[in-house]
Design a binder for this molecule. Structure first.
Ligand code: CP
Length: 309
């Protein structure tokens, strides 16, 4: 049985993730075949204290597709500006009739600390550098949809591991399904204590690229870089960016993923993107990841709010 909240994939068993993936598949296959109103009458509050396009919009679409009312609560305009604590804000939202809170928050773990004192499901849309569970789930869904067997799949994850909540969720998601992780980053963005058991790591992109069935590029989170952590973004791009020359190192069947938003010219060069779009569009899974986010978020809302209609 799924836990009340979705805060970290560490809290889920493989069977829980499989249940969410199966439910997402059900919703995707039903697309266009009539309404599915399992959450009719429910109030879902979406509160993002950090910027987002994909996650926020897809949660909103997901809630509406299931017939729920969506309250887009903009924290800056609310009582946080008057120093109300998050816990008090959540109690206020509950009193107002909220049935679930989907949130993005900069301080990791805060919502987890108060979750036992809150009755409604708390659903993470990404917490600081902590976890982004629905992103990892939609990535699994996308890979399965590509008919890629996850067992033994080699995923080369490149980039800002240090600040990546996506990577931290994948540390529980991909190995649970038998995929193998190869982490690649400059040493300042890849502290060895972060490398999960069983994963490989290297500071050399070229040696890893040719081994990957999936090349998963992570966004360089410029807003979270400590002063002087990266000497320069152009140096990062030259050593760790995917460019046209490095495309020739990829396996013929390798696919490329990125959680978005992409920093073009840093994680991947504009030339590499143009080449792939023109000649190997099937390699790029970025838009499929975005689209599948809606179905994964429908599945999460439906299951956590007891829809299962
Ligand atoms: N992948 C992701 O979290 O994107 P957004 O920041 O646009 O939600």
């Amino acid at each position: 049985m799924l836990p009340k909240d979705l805060l970290s994939l560490e809290d889920l068993h493989k069977e829980d993730m499989e249940e969410i993936l199966a439910r997402a598949r059900f919703f995707k296959e039903r697309e266009g075949k009539g309404d599915h109103s399992s959450l009719k009458g429910k109030n879902i509050v979406i509160s993002f204290w950090e910027p987002s396009t994909r996650t926020r919009v897809s949660f909103e679409l997901a809630a509406r597709k299931l017939g729920a009312r969506v309250i887009d609560y903009v924290p800056d305009a609310g009582s946080e500006a008057k120093d109300e604590s998050i816990e008090d804000t959540i109690k206020t939202l509950t009193a107002l009739g909220a049935d679930a809170l989907v949130f993005r928050y900069k301080l990791p773990g805060l919502l987890g600390k108060i979750s036992t004192r809150v009755e409604m499901p708390l659903i993470s849309g990404g917490e600081g550098c902590y976890q982004h569970p629905t992103q990892a789930l939609l990535d699994l869904f996308t890979l399965q949809e590509e008919r890629l067997s996850l067992r033994g799949l080699k995923v080369v994850m490149v980039g800002d591991i240090l600040h990546s909540r996506v990577a931290r969720s994948h540390f529980y998601a991909l190995p649970a399904f038998g995929a193998e992780l190869i982490l690649v980053a400059p040493p300042v963005l890849l502290p060895l204590e972060l490398v999960p058991p069983g994963a490989e790591y290297t500071f050399n992109l070229e040696t890893a690229l040719s081994r990957g069935d999936v090349i998963y590029l992570l966004r360089v989170q410029q807003e979270r870089q400590g002063k002087g952590l990266l000497p320069s973004l152009s140096e990062y791009a030259s050593l760790f960016g995917l460019n046209e020359k490095r495309l020739s190192l990829l396996k013929k069947e390798a696919v490329i993923m990125h959680p978005g938003p992409v920093n073009q010219g840093i994680e991947v060069s504009p030339g590499a993107i143009s080449y792939l779009e023109a000649y190997q569009p099937d390699k790029l899974l970025l838009q499929k990841q975005v689209q599948n986010g809606v179905y994964i978020r429908m599945a999460v809302l439906d299951l956590l709010l007891g829809g299962r209609g």
